[in-house]
Design a protein around this ligand. Structure first.
Ligand SMILES: O=c1nc2n(C[C@H](O)[C@H](O)[C@H](O)CO)c3cc(O)ccc3cc-2c(=O)[nH]1
Ligand SMILES: C[C@H]1O[C@@H](n2cnc3c(N)ncnc32)[C@H](O)[C@@H]1O
Ligand code: SF4
Length: 364
């Protein structure tokens, strides 16, 4: 295993030799799989931004809006049904944190007969399972143990970006106005998901003012939780994108070499957790990152845009296939829950039966 010090030294160094050396370590790590063609996965999804209001104000975010708006049930259902027709299998519910703190939103929820946002979310996700072949994945910020437990019933997997384990960032432009980005709260939630055996997605956001030490600490923190609970199916290495109009618009985006080095470390530190990079944020470089151990392209959509990065268009599946096959690798569609977690140990009865009876039968 690489030590923390070696990892930090690697990030600090500017040496071609070091990078090539690390790449060869990674390729050796994979030798036992030699005769199997390595598979690179992706998920075909629809993005449901239930509400863009958020209690936090992250310095990098363009998703958030002050308007206290909520998507109507009919709007959500239409996207689900259209996505189903296009072959999507993931309903990605990503939205602002604690949106029902807002009185106007609370009123809208009450007028529909719901007490809070998570009751509404549960209703929509349950509807999705009953009326389509899509499986819900929720990524809506901090949730309590009890809230996670309730949502596990109707989610195939859930997610929360750690972003970074640094407390220091809470005093910087990135997280100064975002109580929900406190790494203690994020770690606690990721651990609670582990206790509840929820297949889980987390990740780092690279380029938000963090130090190399803090990147390494974050990777080791995720490793530690994974060793204890085994529920982390993938870690997203997300590159910060500067956008006009955000407080951090003048921040420098991470360079391709910086991304490459972080991906190499993620691969070495995170055992058999999948490493995901979003292909729409890495159009030129994504293919090369496959060489460093990336094995998942994440969710892409034929129907909805990436509301978090609306300027970045999704590549088509055929484009992903070309990028993947040019390296002798195989592109494979996956569900929002990775194959190794498709069992009663990890899924609620409802989600498990849905996958076994309804979804996998088409693939036989
Ligand atoms: O379209 C996006 N999908 C994002 N996703 C979706 C993700 O690619 C897939 O939903 C998962 O791979 C599950 O299949 C996230 C999911 C999480 O749990 C946490 C963070 C993200 C971040 C993004 C994102 O920025 N844009
Ligand atoms: C959904 C996830 O998207 C990421 N996110 C938010 N804003 C940006 C940006 N400008 N560039 C890249 N990723 C971003 C955060 O990590 C969040 O948790
Ligand atoms: S990144 Fe998420 S938590 Fe931060 S402001 Fe945007 S919506 Fe809110």
């Amino acid at each position: 295993m690489i030590t923390k010090k070696e990892a930090v030294d690697f990030l600090n160094s500017s040496s071609t030799e070091n990078i090539l050396d690390m790449l060869s370590k990674i390729s050796k790590k994979g030798t036992h799989e030699k005769d199997r063609r390595r598979c690179i996965t992706y998920s075909k999804n629809v993005f449901i931004p239930l509400s863009k209001w958020c209690r936090n104000k992250c310095g990098y975010c363009i998703f958030r809006e002050d308007k206290p708006k909520l998507m109507k049930p009919s709007e959500v259902k239409e996207i689900i049904l259209r996505g189903d027709k296009l072959g999507c299998r993931e309903a990605l519910f990503t939205f602002g944190e604690n949106v029902d703190e807002n009185e106007k939103i609370k009123e809208q929820l009450r007028s529909m007969g719901f007490d809070n946002i998570l009751e509404y979310l549960y209703y929509l996700e349950d509807w999705t399972l009953n009326n389509s072949s899509l499986l819900p994945h929720t990524n809506c910020g901090i949730l309590s143990y009890e809230e996670l437990k309730m949502l596990k019933e109707v989610n195939a997997s859930m997610g929360l970006m750690l972003e970074n384990v640094s407390e220091r960032l809470m005093n910087t432009i990135a997280h100064k106005y975002s109580p929900g980005k406190d790494p203690r709260l994020r770690i606690e939630m990721i651990e609670n998901a582990g206790k509840l055996k929820i297949p889980f997605t987390t990740g780092l956001l690279i380029g938000i003012g963090e130090t190399n030490e803090e990147i390494v600490e974050s990777l080791f923190a995720i490793r530690k939780i994974y060793k204890k609970y085994g529920h982390i199916q993938e870690v997203i290495i997300q590159n910060f994108r500067a956008k006009k109009g955000i407080p951090m618009e003048n921040f420098k985006e991470p360079s391709p070499v910086k991304m490459l080095k972080v991906i190499i470390l993620a691969k070495l530190i995170l055992d058999d957790i999948s490493i995901q990079i979003p292909p729409n944020l890495n159009r030129e470089t994504g293919q090369l990152f496959l060489l460093a151990g990336v094995d998942d392209w994440g969710g892409i959509s034929p129907l909805t845009k990436d509301y978090v990065n609306p300027e970045a268009e999704w590549p088509e599946v055929e484009e992903l296939r070309r990028w993947t096959e040019e390296l002798g690798l195989e592109l494979k569609m996956r569900l929002p829950v990775y194959d190794k977690y498709i069992s009663r140990e990890w899924l609620s009865e409802k989600v498990y039966e849905k996958i076994k009876i309804d979804i996998l039968k088409d693939q036989r």
